[in-house]
Design a protein around this ligand. Structure first.
Ligand code: GLU
Length: 543
């Protein structure tokens, strides 16, 4: 350790700390939860984009907290002011809300205060926005400065770049460590001198005074991967940044996860390499580290190269959660697929036991995949088809109406007073529980599947080569009250008389009344459309 710096100097650099560490320990007491209850958090940066991998993490965190009787928090990691995007926090909350993964503790917008972000009433471990927690970080770092575990650093951007270049050309690890850390051992006097030179407005960064030795190993435990040996960290990482006074991720997460009393940190595998530093920080503070679980990326098979690769925010539409909402994927089906990735036995267990569902099936830390898990749209389609197939008809109708109202501008006009007609369309081929149609995937696609039922959306098929005699014969004998057998016998009769196949008659009828050559059971379609509509459409074709 180095010699600590004086209270006056700390105040000059950081302002007067609001708390002591002991005071913070009291303010955020250890949670009174039953043994084994997990406290988890989803901690996104507000980038304005919700990646499917973020939803995956949200689900794991939510489940771990819920299944253990614990607490699930949302913490917004907004210390990178350059990356901040308007509306990003709303997007995160909206996603949690729409997927039914609302955190127990979280920030909310307060209407009374012109939408200022405040803590949800009852959330006692906040603020839940890192930018509102400055006083906590400063209070902790003040004690580190006083004890010599941290120091002010005056390196400029240009100097750091120079150091980096030199290290690179000599084949050395890059970073500020050992002899490169020029201000590491500056005395109080030297610091004062430097501050005088730079002027009162200059704020140094605060760096960790690392005592790690990379020739030695530190063993860090990952909940899913087990114990991993890393070289000890010797980098004097930045704890508080110089320009905006905000903490780095490393330091913020240390203070936050400790004082929010997080027991389990589930985060992306890009953080795995920071684990030795994070263990070092917890050890230095004398705090128990949380159980870390690093999730793998969600991948796809690249259609051009045939190789498995990470889902890309820029190139893959399936990387964006907003797209799934806009296309009307049933949110539970998306979650079921993600759950099946996290807990690979879900699909089988659900098939065996009817009582198993998305919300009661547990996530087991040890089973969380550790390397690139495939997120396959075809697999997702299967989950969506199964999900919609099993839905009761009233729910299905309600979902389609709600989605239409939200995303389809024409829809309100179409659906007004026609809810029963919609329900009847959606009911086709759903009466036999063993053979329910499985071609509905998303609400958007469901709407387009049934489009032809609506007179305003039906499109006359001009390409089809109709046999007008067949259509004419049918329309003359058509009676909506006919049983299916009678209806079919009439078709056979027409086929015989006109010397065509039964299937040709059916295909002519199908093309005429739906405009399509592929539809569910034609008799049911006609039953739903009713006598007048069927006749009108056929007559329109006959001309
Ligand atoms: N803000 C970090 C990220 O988005 C959070 C990592 C964590 O969960 O600790 O990657």
């Amino acid at each position: 350790m180095r010699q600590g710096i004086s209270e006056e100097l700390i105040e000059r650099i950081l302002g007067k700390p609001e708390w002591t560490i002991a005071g913070l320990e009291e303010k955020f007491p250890v949670r009174n939860l039953p043994e084994g209850a997990m406290v988890t958090r989803f901690a996104p940066s507000p980038t304005g984009f919700m990646h499917i991998g973020g939803l995956y993490q949200m689900l794991i965190n939510y489940k771990m907290a819920k299944q253990s009787g614990g607490v699930f928090m949302l913490r917004i990691e907004d210390t990178d002011t350059k990356r901040e995007v308007g509306g990003a926090i709303e997007l995160i909350l909206d996603t949690a809300y729409k997927f039914g993964l609302m955190p127990d503790e979280r920030p909310v917008f307060d209407q009374k205060q012109d939408m200022k972000i405040v803590d949800l009433p009852g959330s006692k471990y906040g603020p839940y926005l890192q930018s509102q927690r400055k006083d906590i970080y400063h209070s902790v770092v003040a004690e580190l400065l006083a004890g010599g575990a941290a120091y002010p650093c005056f390196l400029t951007q240009a100097e750091m770049e120079e150091i980096r270049d030199k290290q690179k050309s000599s084949g050395l690890p890059t970073g500020i460590y050992g002899e490169w850390a020029k201000y590491r051992d500056f005395t109080e006097e030297q610091i004062l001198e430097k501050m005088k030179d730079l002027g009162d407005d200059f704020k140094p960064s605060i760096r960790l005074y690392s005592t790690g030795n990379p020739d030695q190993k530190i063993f860090c435990k990952d909940g899913a991967r087990g114990s991993i040996g890393f070289p000890e960290n010797n980098e004097d990482v930045v704890l508080i940044k110089s320009g905006d006074d905000l903490p780095t991720y490393h330091f913020a997460h240390l203070c936050d996860d400790h004082f929010m009393r997080t027991t389990h940190v589930v985060r992306g595998e890009e953080w795995l390499s920071s684990l030795p530093l994070h263990f070092q920080l917890f050890k230095m503070m004398g705090w128990t580290p949380p159980v870390y679980v690093h999730t793998s990326t969600l991948d796809k098979i690249d259609s051009e190269t045939g190789k498995q690769r990470k889902l890309s925010k820029r190139h893959d539409t399936e990387a964006s959660v907003s797209n799934f909402l806009e296309d009307g994927w049933p949110t539970d089906a998306v979650l079921e697929y993600l759950l099946n990735i996290v807990s690979s036995g879900y699909e089988e267990d659900k098939a065996k036991d009817k009582s198993v569902n998305l919300w009661n099936y547990p996530v087991k830390i040890k089973k969380i995949p550790m390397s690139g898990a495939l997120f396959d749209m075809q697999k997702l389609e299967w989950w969506a088809k199964e999900y919609i197939g099993k839905m009761n008809i009233d729910d299905l109708t309600a979902y389609v109406i709600v989605w239409g109202n939200r995303y389809n501008l024409e829809w309100e006009k179409i659906i007004k007073g026609k809810e029963d007609y919609l329900k009847a369309m959606l009911s086709i081929e759903r009466d036999n529980p063993k053979r329910i149609r499985k071609d509905f995937i998303t609400w958007k696609q469901t709407l387009s599947e049934i489009e032809y039922f609506w007179d305003d959306l039906y499109i006359l098929n001009k390409e089809f080569e109709y046999n007008k005699n067949v259509l004419d014969a049918f329309v003359r004998g058509f009676d909506i009250n006919d049983s299916k057998d009678t209806w079919w016998n009439k078709i056979i009769e027409i086929a015989n008389l006109q010397d065509v196949k039964n299937g040709d008659v059916a295909m002519n009828l199908r093309a005429a009344i739906t405009g399509r050559t592929n539809t569910p059971d034609l008799y049911s379609v006609m039953q739903v459309m009713g006598q007048a509509r069927v006749v009108k459409r056929i007559q329109q074709v006959i001309g």
